[in-house]
Design a protein around this ligand. Structure first.
Ligand code: NCD
Length: 323
């Protein structure tokens, strides 16, 4: 099975076989970052534009490093330095970027659906690096890759119990992970206060828990999420102290978890709120593995999307040479 998508806008509806193809391709890119000289010529002569309308450290850096390790030329545009400040619409920005013939555009935007609008306006592949509260597909793919590496059996995560804990309502990371985990056959429980975990989420066919300890008991993987204060217009809980007491993952709460559980967090972490330092830096934590794997996942995606003009055979030969 190949990756047939022109863009990566979300994981909703993406067939399991295509997700697995991305994860398998990622494997061949992991090793490049372990080398002394971390560069392969795969995207030489290609141009990758990073268009970021929202704050980001990890994701933007990760995409930039991924593109550079593939020898692409990268251009970073952030909202504060773009013509968005002068009132230009996203569609006009897109048409102007398109006129410069990029080979891939990566976009992060505070509005859900912005990457879809961009993809309709340009012919180059578009990768969604997070759109509002909607999706963050590359984060979910790196999470899936990390879970499969550490917990998968024969390359499969089917049947694994994954607890996603925190501000589910406002989290694009939770949404993309839900689609991806369910497509690959994992069993998902969502854990959080009722205000941040509305009953509608039952429609995904997952368990909902409003008690942290019950929610994480028996889980193979716990994914902690940040409280998205910047997206919350209202008060969704009385105080951060109370949230932390009820839903923060600290050593005491970990007593309810399986002894071989692994902990994920997409970052940025709010230490002492959703996760204690002891847990974040402890032996179960895969938080920095996620960051390392993020580069490889994004290399794989750039490779799959920006070389689509080439034949499968050419791409296979290149992938083998790169690995
Ligand atoms: C997430 C994001 O921006 O959606 N962070 C990330 O990309 N690693 C999660 C968050 O902001 O809490």
């Amino acid at each position: 099975m190949a990756f047939t998508q022109r863009n990566l806008l979300g994981l909703e509806g993406l067939p399991a076989a295509e997700i697995l193809h991305v994860l398998d391709t990622t494997k061949s890119f992991v090793e490049i970052s372990e080398r002394d000289i971390k560069k392969v010529p795969t995207l030489r002569g290609k141009t990758v534009i990073n268009l970021f309308y929202e704050a980001s450290t990890r994701t933007r850096t990760s995409f930039e490093i991924a593109a550079k390790r593939l020898s692409a030329d990268t251009i970073n545009i952030s909202a504060s330095t773009s013509s968005a400040q002068k009132g230009e619409t996203l569609a006009d920005t897109a048409r102007n970027l398109e006129a410069m013939r990029p080979d891939a555009i990566i976009i992060r935007h505070p509005s859900s659906g912005a990457p879809h609008l961009l993809a309709r306006a340009v012919s180059s592949p578009v990768i969604n690096a997070g759109d509002g509260q909607h999706e963050h597909p590359t984060q979910a793919l790196l999470d899936l890759f990390t879970i499969r590496e550490k917990k998968g059996k024969n390359g499969s995560i089917a049947g694994l119990e994954v607890a996603i804990v925190g501000d589910i309502l406002h989290s694009r990371v939770a949404r993309s992970n839900l689609y991806g985990l369910i497509a690959l056959g994992a069993k998902v429980r969502l854990v959080g206060p009722p205000t941040l975990l509305p009953q509608e989420f039952r429609s995904f066919g997952v368990e909902l828990h409003h008690d942290l300890r019950k929610g994480i008991a028996g889980a193979d993987v716990i994914m902690m999420l940040r409280i998205q204060r910047e997206r919350q217009g209202l008060n969704f809980f009385p105080s951060l102290e109370e949230y932390s007491r009820l839903f923060g993952l600290d050593r005491a709460a970990m007593a309810a978890a399986k002894p071989d559980v692994v902990i994920l967090h997409p970052g940025p972490m709010n230490r002492g709120i959703e996760i204690s330092s002891e847990v974040a830096d402890g032996p179960y934590s895969l938080i920095l593995d996620q960051v390392t794997n993020g580069v490889a996942v994004r290399m794989a995606l750039l490779y799959l999307l920006a070389t689509r003009g080439r034949s499968e055979l050419e791409r296979e030969v290149e992938a083998r040479a790169a690995s």
